[in-house]
Write a protein that binds this ligand. Sequence first.
Ligand SMILES: Nc1ncnc2c1ncn2[C@@H]1O[C@H](COP(=O)(O)OP(=O)(O)OP(=O)(O)O)[C@@H](O)[C@H]1O
Ligand SMILES: [Mg+2]
Length: 382
Amino acid sequence: MSQVAAATAPEETAPEEPAPEETAPEEEVPAVAVVPDVALAETTAPAEPTAPAEDAAPTESSAQAQAAPAATQPNATTDVSRETSIDPGGTPLAYELADETRRRIALEEAVLPRPAQTRVLTISNQKGGVGKTTTAVNLAAALARSGARVLVIDLDPQGNASTALGVDHRSEKKSVYEVLVSDLPLAEVIQPSTEHDDLDCVPATIHLAGAEIELVSLVAREQRLRRALDAHLASMDEPYHYVFIDCPPSLGLLTINAFVAAREVLIPIQCEYYALEGLSQLLSNIELIEKHLNPELRLSTILLTMYDSRTNLAQQVAQEVRDHFPTQTLETIIPRSVRVSEAPSYGQSVISYDFASSGSLSYREAAAEIARRGAAKTEESN
Ligand SMILES: Nc1ncnc2c1ncn2[C@@H]1O[C@H](COP(=O)(O)OP(=O)(O)OP(=O)(O)O)[C@@H](O)[C@H]1O
Ligand SMILES: [Mg+2]
């Protein structure tokens, strides 16, 4: 009920303030992205712009307002402007609440298409801390909740995806390391995630740290994960709809194994300075793999992460990424959100940790977009 009330709030109050309506018509919004953002920052945090404890609230909500129109509108500039506009009939907060409500309803009503064949996506970026693991875990959780069967393969010796999915990855456990180095079948290391019945995980243990070196002398060192995964999928009566491979922050043999096992690459890009640095090296590696080892591989998806709508820099990075990768970049943007960063310490995705949070909402939207794009692509090629 309160959400509905929030949704209608701006309209109800609109007639009371005719003057701003005249001076700030909605049409002016797309024109400038930067100036209204300053206005919002001032409105939401006038005295202490850094206030860390409350950081999440304005950042999440304003970034959501940014991401929200993105789901329905074609370009990012419009989104930025809408996020920063002040509804003539309400406060920015009222606008954001209404917008979140609208997006939640749209997600609840949506039925996501399921792929006819397993989609294997490698989540990769040799830059550290850009949100690879967070993206793998939360997309997987969102898709499992939507009714898909999902597997996450943790290919990072840090084992962060295993932790976030509530899966035991102590050193004595069998893991993806034994699959790669000792040819252990994938079925013997897969564990159910506490996150959802339809979500499984291949954990990574610390042993994987040595795998890069051990793999060098092994036969078919680049194809080891591919073979194990293909064999497992072929043996399943009901194969997974999605497999996400969480890569380490490097371009070594582990990442090469992930590229060879996958059909699609998803690159998370943090909306920060240096975000695009190193990207050309990553792209040329993908090209090399496509040419020599896996002709099906393509860069299908780019996801902008940790977006802070209060900074011009984040807006500029987002725009630059969209300019370079107009078809691959998802409309949905993941906001910087305290809830997202807290969730792993509870062995949860943000979706189960705080379903109503804006981080959860954004990852569910990103998952929906990935599902729809995949279905559209299949239709195109038929
Ligand atoms: N949207 C977000 N808002 C706030 N914090 C986030 C967000 N996404 C990720 N983080 C935090 O940023 C840090 C890095 O994220 P994550 O571990 O997903 O990156 P990564 O690319 O997998 O890192 P690595 O390269 O070390 O594997 C983590 O502490 C995570 O909780
Ligand atoms: Mg990681």
